[in-house]
Design a protein around this ligand. Structure first.
Ligand code: ADP
Ligand code: MG
Length: 222
């Protein structure tokens, strides 16, 4: 479902160009769980941001379900991101002035492809699925870090994405909360069949993946 070819990312900085991703070829099968591992600074987040349509490749191509995503115009890209990709990043934050259920519903409301009542029903169902059946009306400041992350996961699923991108989603959580959140993500992958690409430092988690991609110095370690 995903195919990256000769993908490169070079940042122009005051100190000169930084080659963060240097020619990555990557194929991911639908429904698979792929773990991405590698040292800090190796280019994992740069790779994820390009796959997620958030950061333009310097060279190379990314096909998702056959579509060359970086050939889309801005509107098509925005719609593609909102409809097809779910993001769970460490700093993927909730809007503080909205209740949990509004935060979860928001990506579907923005897209206007389903009615408000239907969207709120699905948001309630998703919050229940992630274990927050009694927190619909909670504001982010009233939830624990783990509960906030569960809400982010529910929000990522509201538009039924085909691809979930999770970039070190639990690195700021305690060990127990981390394992709860990870179990939830793997469950989403198994039960819904959503393809999952997870950047993690947790080798036990990586060992459960169908495919482990190790990145070093901007390239995949063969
Ligand atoms: N926006 C940016 N501008 C300049 N350099 C960047 C930027 N983002 C990342 N880098 C550099 O690119 C390299 C890879 O970073 P990153 O993709 O964040 O790696 P990782 O996620 O594996 O820690 C690092 O050397 C980092 O300093
Ligand atoms: Mg990173």
């Amino acid at each position: 479902m995903l195919s990256c070819r000769r993908l490169r990312k070079t940042y122009q900085t005051d100190r000169g160009p930084v080659d963060a991703v240097r020619g990555v070829d990557l194929d991911v099968a639908a429904r698979h769980y792929v773990a991405v591992i590698g040292r800090s600074g190796s280019g994992k987040s740069s790779l994820m941001a390009m796959i997620g349509g958030l950061s333009q490749p310097s060279a190379g191509s990314i096909l998702i379900e056959g579509a060359d995503i970086w050939s889309f115009n801005d509107n098509a890209m925005a719609q593609f991101r909102n409809r097809r990709i779910g993001y769970i990043f460490q700093f993927a934050s909730l809007l503080p002035t909205l209740r949990a259920i509004d935060n979860v519903a928001l990506p579907a409301l923005l897209d206007r492809h389903s009615g408000t009542a239907d969207t709120y029903n699905r948001a309630a169902q998703l919050l229940t699925e992630v274990g927050l059946g009694s927190h619909f009306d909670a504001y982010p400041s009233e939830m624990s870090a783990g509960e906030q992350r569960r809400t982010v996961i529910a929000r990522a699923l509201i538009n039924n994405p085909i691809l979930l991108l999770a970039d070190e989603p639990t690195s700021d959580l305690d060990v127990e909360t981390e394992s709860e959140i990870m179990a939830l993500l793997l469950n989403v992958n198994h039960e819904r069949g959503t393809t999952l690409i997870l950047v993690t430092h947790n080798l036990a988690l990586a060992s459960k993946a169908e495919q482990v991609v190790q990145i070093a110095d901007g390239a995949i370690v063969p």
